[in-house]
Design a protein around this ligand. Structure first.
Ligand SMILES: [Zn+2]
Ligand SMILES: [Zn+2]
Length: 201
């Protein structure tokens, strides 16, 4: 288990010294709605973060994060690797009263990362940034056949018994078929119906 990605901002807050952090992550754990969520990466994801003071309690974070996110195929649920190259650039503000770091929308519409612990855990920030950069859904193959609606069989592995069911059009008379459907047109006498007969009076 890798440690949380942290950047130490004490010196920056005390003496305006720039801060730097880098490393790799194989997953990210973060809190959402009181529950611990996990993002899993296919390979070690490199992050590189610099924070520069803007004076007072404000600063600017920039850097990069390159996770290969593992998502489920939207049709068959196979794991799909989604490589992302994320450029980070976010205003930050130190507020000693803030418990966990959170993103706040500034009046300019820009997001500001607000934090209270100078030993800042970047997990939630990197997780949210990753989710924003990721596609909403992915397919493992554009031609993915998905799962059988009846038994859940992965149809990419071949058909299941439900695929072999007799199509409705071929059900024979004994099982009943409404008149006037395809069946009637295949009846040799059906052609007679098309003949123009003299109208009865
Ligand atoms: Zn699929
Ligand atoms: Zn099936």
């Amino acid at each position: 288990m890798t440690d949380s990605p942290r950047i130490h901002l004490g010196s920056l807050l005390r003496a305006d010294e720039d801060a730097h952090a880098d490393g790799t992550l194989d997953h990210l754990e973060y809190e959402q709605g009181g529950q611990t969520q996990t993002l899993t990466f296919a390979t070690d994801a490199a992050y590189d973060v610099d924070v520069n003071s803007l004076g007072g309690h404000e600063m600017y974070l920039q850097g990069s994060f390159e996770p290969t996110l593992v998502m489920d195929c939207a049709r068959c649920l196979r794991p799909v690797e989604v490589p992302l190259e994320i450029t980070l650039g976010t205003m930050m503000r130190y507020e000693p009263s803030a418990d966990a770091p959170y993103l706040e929308e500034a009046e300019s519409g820009e997001e500001v990362l607000v934090f209270g612990d100078p030993n800042l855990d970047l997990s939630a920030y990197l997780a949210e940034t990753t989710l924003l950069a990721a596609p909403l859904s992915v397919l493992h193959d554009p031609a993915c056949r998905g799962l059988c609606q009846v038994c859940g069989h992965d149809l990419n592995d071949g058909p299941c018994e439900h695929m072999a069911q007799v199509p409705v059009e071929e059900i024979d008379d004994d099982l009943g078929i409404p008149e006037g459907t395809t069946h009637a047109k295949q009846n040799p006498f059906a052609a007679l119906a098309d003949l123009k007969l003299p109208e009865d009076k």
